[in-house]
Structures are given as structure tokens and as C-alpha cells.
Design a protein around this ligand. Structure first.
Ligand SMILES: [Zn+2]
Length: 325
């Protein structure tokens, strides 16, 4: 065994043995933070600075964390931290929750995911019926139409891989938010993916993003710094799996659509906090941005969005099958 591989292997074995072979690594420190140098050692990475960013890198993976900021990138895909990376003494550090319920789940999914083959995926095309969602101002295209079309394309792609897919709506109706997650529970969903397109007052806003549940005690990315609901929700029991699912959806969505990466974000959206399984909400571009409105009007772009979402789900399935838990 190569010495570095051996070192990492021993390190993981020791850490895993220390808290039972089925539990994720403990990364406790007295201040509730984890230093970036600790993370570099854990993953056998070299650490260096590049401008404002701290870069951790080995042959296989790169983690980049912007100092005094909530932005990080894992293998080039943006991941928003709940709290900024700050100096703790002389060392740059992130909060323990951002490491244990975010970065480490993504980096070492095998230590967190239940080893099983998920079967049923519930896709949730947003809005519908009397709720059009966002509207493209130039073509009058409605979010409810776009996201249903994308969901049907994802369904076809996943069914071609023999995965069972259910939709919370397959026509122009409007299930309530509660009905959507209740439906997922009633069909025994293993994964729940809500599909949306964005709208913003500023027409320059563009790109794709993915939301997962905020962890207990933290602010959401969409209202950071405001006092709000920081308590735990039912779906927080899937924090680790949410991170793995969300990261793989976002990475594949960016790759398939080639749009601006707005990152993996956190929000306590109703369909996320009440989902009975690992869940994520994807935003496939801005109907209020002229370029993206035109793209969302094309079958090619919608098919690309569907390919990204389906690939993200398939990547999650592969990781769950390979898990050691
Ligand atoms: Zn929407």
C-alpha cells in the first residue's frame, strides 16, 4: 500500500473505530470549530493560500474556502457554508456543523449514507393550476409549464434506468405544499426532488442553484443574518444525505446546462422541511433573465436540465450502494 494511502486508511480506521464502525467521524474541538489545517490532514491534502481563498488539494480532490466568507467550492462546485470561515486563534476555521453536515458528508459519503439501493424517486414540479410561479416577461412563458416539462423528461430518463418515479402532479393542477410531501410519504419515497425555475426583480440575476434543508441552529442562505426559525425540523434527520444529494444535483446541473453556478444553498422551504426522505429543490435558471428565458423556452435546454437532475439522482444511488454504513 502506498504510504499516503496507508496513512489515510489508518486514520479513517482509527476515527471510525473510535465512534463505532457505523458512525461518521467525530471532528470535535472545544470551540465548535474545525480548522482548515485539520481538514487538510484528514483528507491528506496540501494547504495553500490563493488570494483570499484557502486551497486544500490532493491528487483527487480540491476544496477551496474563501476566508471571511460563506463561500466554498468542492471540486469546483460552489457550496454555501452556514457560517463564514473565520480566524480562530491563528488558524482559519469553519463551524463544526458546516464540516460534519456539509463538507465531510460530500467528501466521504460512504461513512454517512445508509448502504441500500433506493427505489422510489418522487419528482415535484413546482406550482401549477392557479399558481403560475415565475413568468418570463418577454414570452409570457410560465414556470409551472417549464418545470412540468422538465420533470416529465427526468421521469423518462430515470425510468430508462429502471428507477421507479412518481410525480406530485403530472397535469396543470396545484397540490398544496403539504399534499406534495404527504404524497411522497404515501408512496414510500427514497428521494424527493422539487423542480423550479427562478424569478427575480433584477433581470441580470442568472444561473442554476440547488437548495437543501438548513441545519438546526443556523440561518438559511436565503435570509442570512436575519433572526428566524433556527430549530430542527423532521427532515434534519437526513442532513448528511441531503448534502450528498444536493451536491450531486448541483454539480450535474451545472455540467449539463453550462450555466452560472449559484451554488448548493440552504433554506427551510416547506417541501424540504416536511419531506419524509433526503430532499432537494433545484432552480433551473431565471425566467426573468432574457438569455435564460429564451433557453427555458427550448426543448434542448429543458432536456439538458433533465439530464443534469437525472444524473444527480443516479450519482446519489451509486454512492448509496457503495456506502459502508
Ligand atoms: Zn418556483
Amino acid at each position: 500500500m502506498h504510504p499516503i494511502t496507508r496513512k489515510l486508511f489508518l486514520f479513517n480506521t482509527v476515527l471510525l473505530a473510535g465512534c463505532g464502525s457505523t458512525k461518521p467521524v467525530e471532528a470535535k474541538s472545544p470551540t465548535g470549530t474545525v480548522s482548515l489545517s485539520y481538514i487538510a490532514r484528514l483528507y491528506t491534502m496540501k494547504m495553500s493560500m490563493s488570494g483570499k481563498n484557502c486551497v486544500l488539494k490532493n491528487k483527487y480532490n480540491t476544496i477551496e474556502i474563501e476566508t471571511n466568507s460563506r463561500r466554498a467550492w468542492i471540486n469546483g462546485i460552489m457550496v454555501w457554508l452556514h457560517h463564514p470561515c473565520r480566524l480562530s486563534g491563528k488558524e482559519w476555521a469553519i463551524r463544526e456543523a458546516d464540516f460534519k453536515k456539509g463538507i465531510d458528508c460530500i467528501m466521504r459519503s460512504y461513512a454517512y449514507l445508509e448502504k441500500r439501493t433506493p427505489k422510489v424517486v418522487v419528482l415535484d414540479p413546482g406550482h401549477g393550476g392557479s399558481d403560475p410561479g415565475a413568468t418570463g416577461p418577454r414570452t409570457n412563458i410560465r414556470e409551472k409549464q417549464v418545470v412540468l416539462d422538465i420533470a416529465l423528461r427526468v421521469k423518462a430518463q430515470l425510468e430508462a434506468k429502471r428507477i421507479q418515479v412518481r410525480l406530485t402532479r403530472s397535469t396543470d393542477i396545484i397540490p398544496s405544499l403539504q399534499q406534495r410531501t404527504d404524497y411522497a410519504a404515501s408512496v414510500g419515497a427514497d428521494l424527493f426532488v422539487s423542480i423550479h425555475a427562478d424569478g427575480a426583480g433584477d433581470s441580470s440575476a442568472h444561473g442554476v442553484e440547488t437548495f437543501i434543508m438548513t441545519v438546526e441552529g443556523a440561518d438559511s442562505s436565503n435570509h442570512y443574518g436575519q433572526p428566524g426559525d433556527t430549530f430542527a425540523m423532521k427532515n434534519n434527520s437526513f442532513d448528511a444525505a441531503n448534502a450528498v444529494l444536493g451536491f450531486n444535483l448541483q454539480g450535474n446541473l451545472v455540467k449539463a446546462t453550462k450555466r452560472n453556478d449559484r451554488g448548493l444553498r440552504r433554506a427551510r422551504y416547506s417541501v424540504l422541511k416536511n419531506a419524509p426522505c433526503p430532499a432537494a429543490l433545484v432552480e433551473c435558471g431565471f425566467l426573468t433573465n432574457p438569455e435564460e428565458e429564451a433557453l427555458l423556452n427550448t426543448a434542448n435546454y429543458r432536456e439538458a436540465c433533465a439530464r443534469g437532475i437525472a444524473s444527480g439522482v443516479l450519482a446519489y444511488f451509486t454512492l448509496a450502494r457503495r456506502s459502508r454504513k
